[in-house]
Write a protein that binds this ligand. Structure first.
Ligand code: ASP
Ligand code: MG
Length: 442
């Protein structure tokens, strides 16, 4: 059995959904479970409608028009969505009345995109001759904690899913399952976070023991850099889980950062494929990756980061200094991405200026603190980077060539990334030159 996840652009309209059907049909002998996102743009529309309702600007017609246009295009009978339209309209009205949008109601509203999409897709497939059935993932045992906006399934969700699946999914039917959403044991609707359908797919795959999870998107697998910034970006055929996770974390736009964990734990290969180019082999992410990697695998970056520097001679020869600094950061919920230290100062990056600022008064007891915003963490991902003679020199030379000042560098022994901090403004020129030096020269 395999899990096939289709993102918003893959199910954007009838033309795309017809492509999806053909792709699913080509996989029938492998018993596919389809996990789908909402139609492209729908989740944003829903969230905007909820915010507007909280400001007494009721915009229900827009979201319903958006969905019903696609439903009509697919030839779906209106009844299949009328119950959900009613619920959505009641909920938006309720939010308008109390003028309050809690994380719980925001998740509830956001969940409609996937729930409406799977019903339309299953109905369309079935009428086209591919017998399918829509499922809300919680009916198949995907029960989560109550962490709205970032929910995770309960520890025993895998057992629940296996049982529900055996009871509810007939063998001759392709299940079309909602990504992104979940439900608590009390029946409150949750979501796993924006762009989270990838994560749903690997969690479902892990629970049901899938042989592979396919993530269908709109690029030829994972690329060496963001193709919209670097025209010469090319496909990466094989990657190891840790390389892909590193890339996803640092803004590789293709995968949600937590996606790979469930697959990694169970050793289930994840294949990233292009709905618009289904013949392309895409990228396989597994435990081995490329047997003998020839070069670095990719470049990724995360903009709008904060650099905090604490300088103090008190660090000299003192045991436990960093431990104390990190205790304070942890108390203020500051998540640290990159760190670089010397005898008298430590610099670290984080993505939340507000939290870093909140921690400053407590950190000042350790030394002078400086905060700089507008920074990008730029990483070169690859294996054994430290062992490659001259690799670091090549990377830094490219940065100099681009005229980008490097504020911080970090490379660990045996680490799979060479990380740098540069100004946000330098990214458009630095990334293409770095790509050229690392990938486009022989
Ligand atoms: N529809 C959700 C979102 O737009 C989840 C996803 O697409 O993966 O965030
Ligand atoms: Mg996505």
């Amino acid at each position: 059995m395999i899990v096939m996840k289709f993102g918003g652009s893959s199910v954007a309209n009838r033309q795309q959904i017809a492509k999806v059907m053909e792709i699913v049909q080509s996989r029938l002998p492998r018993r596919p479970i389809v996990v789908s996102s909402a139609h492209k743009g729908m989740t944003d529309n829903l969230i905007n409608a909820a915010k507007a309702a909280a400001n007494r600007q009721f915009s229900l017609p827009d979201v319903i028009d958006f969905q019903s246009e696609i439903a009509q295009e697919l030839g779906c009978p209106p009844e299949i969505l009328s119950g959900l339209y009613q619920d959505l309209s009641d909920l938006l009205r309720g939010i308008g009345l109390v003028r309050e949008l809690s994380p719980r109601s925001l998740d509830h509203i956001a969940s409609f995109g996937e729930r409406m999409a799977v019903r339309c897709i299953a109905d369309f497939f079935t009428r086209q001759g591919l017998k399918s059935q829509a499922y809300d993932v919680w009916d198949l045992g995907f029960i989560t904690d109550a962490n709205f906006g970032c929910a995770r399934p309960l520890a025993d969700y895998d057992q629940r899913m296996r049982q529900a699946f055996a009871e509810l999914v007939p063998p001759d039917v392709v299940p079309i399952v909602t990504g992104f959403v979940g439900q608590t044991e009390q029946g409150d609707i949750t979501t796993v976070g924006r762009n989270g359908s990838d994560l749903t797919a690997t969690l479902v795959g892990a629970a049901l023991g899938a042989e592979e999870v396919e993530i269908w998107t709109d690029t030829d697998g994972v690329m060496t850099a963001d193709p919209s910034v670097v025209p010469g970006a090319r496909n990466i055929p094989l990657m190891r889980f840790d390389e892909a996770a590193e890339l996803a974390h640092f803004g590789g736009r293709v995968l949600h950062p937590s996606t790979l964990l469930p697959a990694m734990e169970r050793g289930i290969p994840v294949r990233v494929l292009n709905t618009n180019h289904p013949g392309h082999p895409g990228t396989v992410i597994d435990r081995q990756g490329e047997a003998e990697p020839q070069s670095v695998t990719s470049i990724a970056y995360k903009e709008n980061q904060v650099v905090l520097t604490i300088s103090s001679t008190g660090m000299l020869q003192q045991a436990g200094f960093l431990a104390k600094v990190f205790q304070v950061l942890a108390r203020h919920d500051v998540v640290v991405d990159m760190i670089s230290t010397s005898e008298i100062s430590v610099s670290l990056t984080s993505d939340r200026l507000d939290l870093v600022k909140r921690a400053i008064p407590d950190l000042e007891e350790f030394g002078e603190c400086q905060v700089r915003a507008g920074k990008t963490v730029l990483v070169v991902v690859g294996r054994n980077l430290a062992q490659r003679g001259g690799q670091g020199a090549e990377i830094l030379k490219a940065m100099a060539q681009a005229g980008a000042r490097v504020d911080m560098v970090s490379l660990g022994m045996g680490s799979i990334n060479f990380s740098m901090v540069v100004d946000d403004a330098d990214i458009p020129k630095a990334v293409p030159i770095l790509h050229q030096v690392l990938f486009e020269q022989e």
